[in-house]
Design a protein around this ligand. Structure first.
Ligand code: PEP
Ligand code: MG
Length: 594
């Protein structure tokens, strides 16, 4: 990876790459602090005025949110819009509304003070938990509080709707209410202190196709309003206070990136075939149904991973069968006749989920996650499987189970699929009787017994994100051990090779849908592995295709075997970088991800 300090004078922070591309622009530092509330009592004659002001503020915020919700629904669909339902519920909560009014009346304090005290009581307990779901709700409550206080105290909201220039939004965290106004032309990128690859803000950035970096740790206090900054969403950097040399470097990279993207898009309708004629299916990973448009625009030949968690977030009750069916069907029809691989719910680990899943666990990544959760919730699992099966009547669908670590789980899951089929037959509802059933290979256990699993499933897809974390015992979200997370580690390469070999021996279709499939360096190895499919973020597809088309399977095979003889991941990386600089100068120029 580049070292910016070698290029010029600069300061930068490293975060998590959330959405690729480079953007240079002025910082709009979002002030999410709430206005100051003074602790004074009021005169009895002011009480009713305060109550009326509070009721009016509630109504104002409600209609503001309803407007945001419907504009978001129009632009990005129901899944995104639903995120506001939790906010709207807070405004209707009697503990919040009645509680505040009671305080005004009986403690004779201003509505603003009564509100902060009422909400403070609710949030302080929630803040002390390790429960990610509850902490997210605290953030929603604070956002609502700020909006109400702005109404009550007359300070202007940090609305991004009044932006007059193009900006890059820098924030501690972005609430759905903020990101809702981000699809305006003015917002060209964003950078947040909190958040991971699957946080709301990251998902939103990818859907909007703007560069973004999240999980920076610090940012808002380092940046001045209007300061010129750079978001490097490909490498996950927020660059500020840079000199001309760094700016020139980024202007050049941005120019090349855009030119490169344009030239790559011309490949959209060509197949991903190597020089010596080996065909790879190039598919997209999506997290929300509307992303299917981006998948098609970037030339996806299918959906290799439809993560369904997003349908389940920010709500108290899981989605109905009907609602899920509509979401799956939308994607299936849009992709038809190509295949859509729908993964069943993978909550736990770093993924948010239904409320009851959020009990604190000492080791969430080793805990109640993925298929373990679904098998423990047969009603929920059956509902999702019926919805997926029904969607299979509208095109080519496969179902896939996450976090498999034993044959019991494979067999039990298949039985639930059979039970779901049986229910649909009884109901007389249509589905594809031949819908294929597969699993993710993302635990070392599954990789090691891939030959046994292959006998019992129709297909397999390697989840390299988790496989790397479990094989190397490195929490994929923990920045303290991030330096150990290494997809080129010899142990990982052996597991990958062994898994693909086991699948081939059984003549099973095998793909890979982790981030590794979108890393140009790793693609060389993946071609050599002889996978049937590579599935990655839609934005990365053109680049991956260009590498496949510029490579021969035979030479990639040799590259893989040579890499497998090496003793460390860094040795492998240096070797791959060397090949890249020599063979694919135009790709190296856009930056390699290390
Ligand atoms: C993976 O683990 O590689 C994968 C694709 O699944 P997720 O990132 O959703 O865990
Ligand atoms: Mg996974």
């Amino acid at each position: 990876m580049i070292d910016l300090a070698e290029i010029g004078k600069t300061e930068y922070i490293k975060g998590i790459p959330a959405s690729p591309g480079v953007v240079i622009g002025r910082a709009f530092v979002l002030d999410t602090d709430r206005p100051h509330v003074s602790a004074e009592t009021i005169e009895p004659g002011q009480i009713e005025g305060e109550v009326a002001a509070f009721t009016a503020a509630i109504e104002d915020v409600r209609s503001e949110l309803a407007k945001l919700r419907s504009s978001l629904e129009e632009e990005l669909g129901e899944e995104h819009a639903r995120i506001f339902d939790a906010h709207l519920m807070i405004l209707e909560d009697s503990m919040v509304v009645e509680g505040t009014i009671k305080r005004v009346r009986y403690q004779r304090v201003s509505a603003a003070l009564a509100l902060t005290e009422t909400l403070g009581k609710v949030t302080s307990a929630m803040e002390r938990t390790d429960d990610e779901y509850l902490r997210d709700r605290v953030f929603d409550i604070k956002d609502i509080e700020r909006r109400l206080l702005v109404r009550l105290l007359g300070r202007k909201a940090d609305s991004m709707s009044r932006l007059e220039d193009d900006v890059i939004v820098v924030a501690r965290q972005l609430a759905p209410t903020h990101t809702a106004s981000m699809h305006q032309e003015r917002v060209k990128g964003f950078a947040t202190e909190a958040g991971g690859r699957t946080s709301h803000a990251a998902i939103m950035a990818r859907s909007l196709e703007i560069p973004a970096v999240v999980g920076l740790g610090r940012a808002t206090d380092l940046m001045d309003q209007g300061e010129s900054i750079i978001v490097d969403g490909t490498l996950g950097l927020l660059v500020y206070r840079y000199d001309q040399a760094v700016l020139d470097y980024y202007l050049e990279r941005q120019r090349r990136y855009e030119e490169f993207e344009r030239s790559l898009l011309t490949l959209k309708d060509y197949p991903a075939v190597t020089r010596d004629g080996r065909k790879f299916e190039l598919a997209a990973n999506i997290e929300i149904p509307d992303e299917v448009d981006s998948a098609i625009a970037h030339g996806a030949e299918g959906i290799g991973l439809f993560r369904t968690e997003y349908l389940f977030i920010a709500r108290d009750a899981p989605p109905s069968e009907e609602e899920q069916y509509e979401a799956y069907r939308h994607v299936v029809e849009a992709m038809s006749p190509s295949t859509v691989v729908i993964r069943t719910l993978d909550v736990g680990g770093d993924k948010f989920g239904p409320r009851e899943n959020r009990r604190r666990e000492e080791n969430p990544f080793l805990g109640w996650r993925g298929i373990r959760y679904s098998l423990a919730k047969p009603d929920l699992f059956m509902r999702q499987l019926r919805a997926i099966l029904r969607a299979s009547a509208h095109g080519s669908v496969r179902v896939m189970f996450p976090m498999i670590s034993s044959l019991h789980e494979v067999r039990d899951s298949k039985q639930v699929v059979e039970a779901a089929r049986q229910e649909l037959r009884t109901r007389g509802q249509e589905f594809d009787e031949k819908m294929e059933v597969g699993v993710m290979i993302e635990t070392p256990a599954a990789a090691v017994i891939a030959d046994m699993i292959a006998r019992e499933v129709d297909f397999m897809s390697i989840g390299s994100n988790d496989l790397v974390q479990y094989a190397l015992a490195v929490d994929r979200g923990n920045d303290r051990v991030a330096y150990l997370y290494d997809e080129h580690h010899p142990a990982v390469l052996r597991l990958l090779e062994q898994t693909v070999r086991a699948a081939k021996r059984r003549r099973r279709w095998i793909g890979l849908c982790g981030e590794m499939a979108g890393n140009p360096l790793s693609v060389l190895l993946l071609i050599g592995l002889g996978l049937n499919e590579l599935s990655t973020s839609p934005l990365m597809l053109p680049e991956v295709k260009s590498i496949v088309r510029a490579t021969s399977y035979n030479s990639a095979r040799k590259t893989l075997l040579k890499a497998m003889s090496m003793k460390t991941g860094s040795e492998v990386r240096r070797y791959l970088e060397g090949i890249f600089r020599k063979k694919y100068p135009e790709i190296s120029a856009t930056e390699l991800i290390s």
